[in-house]
Design a protein around this ligand. Sequence first.
Ligand code: NI
Length: 290
Amino acid sequence: MLSITQSSEKVVHAGGMQNTDSEDREQAALVDYPRPPEPSSKKEPEVKQPIDKTAVQPSPSTKPSIKPASTAGTETAKPRASSKPSSTKKPEQKEKKLVAFTFDDGPDSRYTAAILDILKEKGVKATFFVVGQQVEKEPEMLKRIVDEGHAVGNHTMNHKQLPKLTDKQMKQEIDGADKLIENVIGYKPTMVRAPYGAVSDALKTYMKNENRLLVGWNVDTRDWAGTSVADMRSMIKEKTKPGAIILMHSFGGKNIKHTVEMLPGAIDDLIKMGYTFVTADQLASYEEAE
Ligand code: NI
């Protein structure tokens, strides 16, 4: 199976849930899963993480952080059975500038709907990592995501930090969301994204055994934290490299309105820069074909 690794950037997100104005009371009420404290800094986190031999380490920013999990920690593992033989390598794919937009924590009826409208207008396909709690409340919006050609991934049942749970609880968090998603769209998603990017060895092993695709990101808009439209747009422009996975949210408080506002411009920027939008699993397939 494939694993899209976590970024070396600080991956905690979605801490700003303490909105009190009336516009957001409804939103805040819907988000009852816990959020960890906001990271203390917004500066470029170039801090090197200690090497974890069991983890697939992210590559430098010029290279997307996707590797087959079977090669984690070793460069000698054989390709998956489904891999194309190396003789069919497609250089044009290698040169193609691909980018994946990902939207976490929905679906909801406000921002997810607005984001879908924009993606449709721009002809862009994206990936939505949905939370079971929200799928229960907004099954029709999940249906719409799939009907409009986007990819769906599992973002757990209750958006908990999986490494803090027992193995059994961790599996319940993933399996519970799988069931809800499957009830709505008819199949279990292959992709999984851990809340807060918090990944344990137990989770990696579980994903590998289940042949799931664990998806991280390497460009973090910090949209949940109230980053301005202009800052997010210029950051995406600056940090996106071929193969980038960009983290945004389609639910999680009033700041997501900035995401909606920023999106058309960011799409235009990346198209001008020669990027093609793909889903996160498509990005993994391209990587595998190399
Ligand atoms: Ni999340």
